[in-house]
Structure formats: C-alpha cells, structure tokens
Design a protein around this ligand. Structure first.
Ligand code: GLU
Ligand code: MG
Length: 667
C-alpha cells in the first residue's frame, strides 16, 4: 500500500503543522529526480503483478469462516526466506493494511519475452503454496476481494470488540486490532484521516433490495455504542460502514510496467486510463459487505469513501473558509488528467492543483502537463509522518515526495525511478479486483500486459474525455455492469492520435478539438470482442498481434486460454466472480431473501471459494479450467528462439513492424 518508512509516527496536529514542509521538500526531491532521470532509457519492457491475499480460518465444527489475524508472523517467515537468497528468490512479500492480509509479488520482474507470460500463473501458485506452508491445516490464503462478513461480530480469529469511542478508527464494527500491527503506518493513516476529516469516514453502499429486504433498510447502531454520529451518517437503504479497514481491508490485483522512457510511460498511462473502468467491470468480485448483499459489484467506491479525508469545505458541503481548495475527489479515486501532449484535448476536468508548486516545477523546466499532475497530487496533506524523517537531503532522499505520491491511490499511478536503482519510469494499473484462482489472476494480468504491447505496436488510441472515463468508472461498479452496462469508448481506435503542432501545444486544451463524435456507448462485450464491422474489439486485435509474432507453442496455448476466459467473461457466457457469488447466496437454503449473508452462507461460500482456488471444485460457469500449461522456467530452446527474434529486431525486421503491416493489410 505504499511507502513503508520506519520510525515514530507524529500526531496529526504535528503532521499538519509540517504539511507545507513535506510538500516543499517533496517537490524539490521530485525536481531533483526528474533532472537526473528524465532521459533515462530502458530497452526492456519489464513488468510485474501484485496479489493481495487474505488469511482465512475455517472452523468446520461450528460452520464458521473467519479472517485469521496472523499476517505479521506469517510475513516474518516469508520475508526470512526472501532474505536468505535475495537475488533469486521467486517471491517478494509486503504487509498490507489489515492483520489478515499479505501482499506477494514475483521475486524478479518479468521481461520482454513472450514466454514470460507462461511463468505468471506458476509463480502465483508458488506464492500461494509458500503462504499455505506457514498456516495451520484449517487456514488458507484466499485471493478474495472482500471478506463477505467483514465488520460483523467475530469476523476475525481471534475476535475483538470494536472501540467506538477510542483508538484509531472509532468504528462501531471494525476493531483496531484488525489493522496490521507490524508497521505503524496503517494505524497512523487511519487515525490521521479521521482527525483531518474531523469525523469518522462514512461509507454508504446501496443495499441490494431482495424480496424480503427490510424497506426502508435502516439499522439501529445505538446498541453498538453509537453516540449518534453513525446514525446521522448512515443513509437509508444503504450499508453503512465507518472505518478505513472496510476499504483498505479489500484486496486487489495490480500490474506495474516499466516503459522504455518517460515519454512511453506517459503514453501508456494515458492509453490505459480508459481501460480502467472496463477492467474493473470485467473483474468485479465484491458484492457483499458486512454480511449484506450490496447493489454494487466492486470495491472501488468503498475504498474511495474509506480514506476520504476531505473536510466539508473541501467536499463542497460548506463555503471555503479555512481550507485552500474545493476538491472533487477522494485521495483514492480515478485520475484527473492525461499526461501526454496528444491527450490534451481530452483533459476536460477542471484540475485542482497547487499553483505555487506548479510554478516551481515549471521554473525547473518541467513541462506543463507533468507539472500540473504533480502539483495536483500535492494538494493533499501528508497523512503520516515519522519524526526521524522530517529533515531530509533533497538530493538523495525521496521520502517526502513518496509520502504524498503513495497516498494518492488513483486508478493509474505514474512512478518515477527510485533513487539508486536500476529501474526506469513506470506506470501502475490499479483498478482490478483479485480473482479466486491463480489461473484467473494470471489471465487478467497477461491480458493487460499483452494489451500494452498491442497498443504500442499498432499505435492504438483509446483516448476519450477524461470526464467520460469518470462516468464509466461509476457505471463499472453497478451490479452486472459487464452484461448490462454501457460504456463510453472510442469508435476508431486504429487511427493513432494526432498531437497538436508542438508549437501550439503548451498544455492548454486547444479550442479546435471536436471530440464529441469520436466516442460512443458500447457494452463490455463489444469493446472486448468487437461489434461487427463497426468496431474491431480488443481481443481480435490481440489475436492479430499474436498471429504474426513468434511464440512457442506452450505460451501460445496458455495465452489463448487466458484470452478465452476474458472473452467469455465479457460476452456473459462466463460469470464474473461477483455474479457467481450472488447466485450462490441466492440459492443457499439458509438465505432468506433479505440481503443478509449469515455465518452459514458465508462459511459455505468461502469453502467453495477455497476449493475453486485449489482447483478442487469445478465451476464451469465461472471459469472453463483452473490451470494452464504454465511453467516454472522458460525452456532454454525457447529463450534461444526468442533471442534470435531480438537479433532480427535489431536488424530492423521487428515483429512490431510485421504486426503493424498485418494490421494495415486487414483494416
Ligand atoms: N488494497 C487496495 C485495493 O484493493 C490497494 C492498496 C495498494 O495500493 O496496494 O485497491
Ligand atoms: Mg497493496
């Protein structure tokens, strides 16, 4: 979940008094880094995935599934192994927000070879096994986006009582003991977000109205110790949640790419942005919160509301008096601006940014769009600061910059190279919900990485106004958006965008832009699988690419299985995890049609999730299979064959050229 500086956390009052200091030095650190690294080039498109797991304990005699608060000791062991062979350990482990979560990434990034696609699933499998080895027989790591009974009494093992009047969250439902105890960052963020906001966070999720759901759906929080704040904040017909843990205690699947250079990173950042809502809709996996069926399928808005530290003035509920900006979004939200100059026309949201810091960035020679982006991130206050980290050397440290950057949890993240590393400019794709099996997770990861290659090779253009991407993100979270939603998407993705003349392009939105005709409403199926002669579809484009590049048989076969899964999820032939969970609940004998997911249903659902993850149960409506031809190592012959291809590439016979020629021939 971002920067893990060590040290003693400061109080909110002290952190607040140092906010300008952090921003001032954070900007200087960025400027220094930018100057050093703006021309850094890397010839390999490195990439890697991140999976967040939950540790679940099954009490089979009591028919009860709980979250096991063991992440700290488990993580210690996982990291011990990692430290023993830091250069060739297959996995890397990090803490996450909750004491039941661990986050795993591959030990080394994957590279440019097609055959790397065949390693992903096997590495994910190995990670799952690594965790499993450290657990008891009745515990499992589940890649579950949201634990259905999160925040219900005794949802963890051991169980704790919430403390509504004290501690970090003041929650009626989510005890502070459930926050990861091994690093002070998580509790500090929780307390500071609440204190900055001046009240508890208030998360309201529409409840799914079933035949017997109470109507209006209203709960009484007084017996839980509510002093009235919860009752006031809760909206009728909504599931009310009141702690950061309800959001940041959700898990996701992220992918980070290293681009060749800063320009390519900015380009990928922009091109992947319109895909965020589409992939959120396709990966939807979280329809239940606090034991209640919701009328949304995705975690996104839950996390967004769970870390919303804006005060009323900033949210536009009161006139601005003591604060500087009216801010239209939470810190965890969709991005507000594209970063490349050929995207300027599509930046149609009024960007809120710190004008002074913006001038400083411009004066340092940083172009307008990037300066605006950074100055936009820097409208936020630091919400966790350690006493040991106040004074830093701005030419070598980047902690203050990272402090603000890593608490802007947006759909996409643009990442400068870390100091003293061998890493280039990167972008992170952050919207996807995590799937139950390694096969499915590998499919989503490979799909998005492959898509970046197709974008770069075919010079695809997905840009639409950023306000439309925002509308899509809301549409994506609705129940069954894959089958029923409509999304704005660019009609012609094959004509690469035409940047305004460099001379006239200064980051202003050119007046001549007439972009309303460029997009239309599509279903996810049409976007992914195509719409007759009107729209080619992302998968047909991907297949065109795969047909002309050299891929070994096993990798081709694996990739085909992954593409098949995504294609069928898009068409509705296969269910999203969210829809599959809803169906399970609806059919369960102890579900009473009242939106309540009780212990019994929760247990049986999670038991089935466990079997799906382990490949013990087949659910053909969710996934046609649970394992591909994935391999642990790339066979030497494949490396040799692909190396030959690289040589050809140098001789200007690139597969990219061949692929784009094939596109010209067919389009
Ligand atoms: N768990 C968060 C999510 O589901 C992401 C936290 C992170 O940035 O790693 O989106
Ligand atoms: Mg994470």
């Amino acid at each position: 979940m971002g920067l893990l500086s060590e040290g003693s956390p400061l109080t909110w009052e002290k952190t607040k008094s140092l906010a300008d200091h952090v921003r001032k030095h954070g900007i200087k650190q960025f400027i220094h880094q930018y100057r050093q690294l703006k021309n850094l080039t890397k010839d390999v498109l490195y990439w890697g995935d991140e999976v967040e797991y939950m540790l679940v304990k099954f009490n089979r005699s009591q028919h009860k599934a709980q979250l096991s608060l063991k992440a700290e000791p488990v993580l210690e062991k996982l990291q011990e192994k990692e430290k023993l062979s830091p250069d060739d350990h297959p996995s890397t482990w990090r803490p996450e927000y909750a004491a039941y979560m661990v986050e795993g990434t591959p030990g080394k990034p994957y590279g440019g070879l097609m055959a790397h696609f065949n390693l992903v699933e096997s590495n994910m499998k190995l990670r799952r096994e690594e965790i499993q080895h450290l657990l008891e027989e009745d515990e499992v790591p589940l890649s579950l986006t949201c634990f259905p009974r999160i925040g219900c009494p005794e949802f963890t093992s051991p169980s704790y009582k919430p403390t509504p009047q004290e501690g970090a969250s003041h929650s009626l439902f989510f005890p502070d003991n459930v926050i990861y105890p091994g690093h002070p960052r998580f509790r500090t963020l929780t307390r500071n977000i609440r204190q900055r906001r001046g009240e508890k966070v208030a998360i309201n999720i529409p409840v799914f109205k079933d035949k017997h759901t109470k109507s209006p759906f209203v709960e009484d929080y007084q017996p839980l110790g509510d002093d009235g704040e919860g009752q006031r904040a809760a909206k009728p017909d909504h599931i009310y949640l009141d702690a950061m843990g309800f959001g940041m205690g959700c898990s996701c699947l992220q992918v980070t790419f290293q681009a060749c250079n800063i320009t390519e990173a900015r380009h990928l950042y922009d091109q992947l942005t319109p895909l965020c809502p589409i992939l959120l809709s396709l990966s939807a996996a979280s329809p239940i919160y606090r034991g209640l069926l919701a009328d949304i399928d995705c975690r996104w808005t839950v996390i967004s509301q769970s870390v919303d530290d804006r005060v009323k003035e900033e949210r536009g509920e009161e006139l601005l008096k003591n604060y500087r900006y009216r801010i239209n979004k939470s810190r965890y939200d969709s991005i507000d601006s594209y970063l490349s100059y050929d995207s300027v026309c599509y930046n149609d949201i009024d960007l809120v940014y710190d004008k002074e810091l913006f001038s400083e960035l411009q004066d340092a020679g940083i172009d307008k769009l990037l300066s605006q982006h950074i100055a936009h991130l820097f409208i936020r206050d630091p919400i966790s600061l350690f006493s040991e980290k106040i004074d830093q050397d701005d030419t070598t440290d980047t902690d203050h910059f990272e402090n603000i950057q890593s608490t802007n949890w947006q759909t996409m993240r643009f990442k400068p190279p870390p100091p003293n590393s061998n890493i280039g400019w990167r972008v992170e794709f952050r919207p996807m919900e995590v799937q139950l099996s390694d096969f499915e997770n590998a499919a989503y990861v490979v799909f998005i990485v492959l898509l970046t290659r197709v974008i770069l090779t075919f010079k695809l253009n997905f840009l639409i106004p950023i306000s439309k991407v925002d509308e899509n993100l809301i549409a994506a979270q609705k129940r069954d958006s894959v089958r029923e939603g409509k999304f704005y998407f660019r009609k012609d993705v094959l004509t690469g965008s035409s940047p305004p003349e460099a001379s006239e392009c200064c980051g202003e939105r050119p007046k001549c832009c007439n972009i309303e005709d460029e997009y239309d409403l599509f279903s996810v199926d049409e976007i992914i699988n195509g719409k007759g002669s009107d729209f080619p579809g992302l998968i047909p484009l991907m297949n065109m690419y795969l047909d002309v590049i050299d891929v070994d048989v096993d990798t081709r076969c694996t990739v085909a299985q992954y593409i098949n899964l995504i294609s069928k999820r898009a068409s509705g032939e296969l269910l999203t995890t969210a829809r599959w969970m809803r169906n399970f609940v609806a059919k369960h004998p102890s579900y009473h049609g009242d939106s309540v997911v009780n212990e019994e249903v929760n247990f049986d659902l999670l038991e089935l999730c466990r079997k799906v993850s382990a490949g013990e149960a087949s659910c053909p409506e969710l996934s046609p299979c649970y394992s591909s031809r994935t391999t642990e190592d790339i066979p030497p012959a494949v490396i040799k064959a692909e190396a030959k291809l690289q040589t050809k590439k140098q001789a200007n016979m690139t597969h990219d050229n061949r692929a784009s020629n094939s596109l010209k021939a067919t389009s």
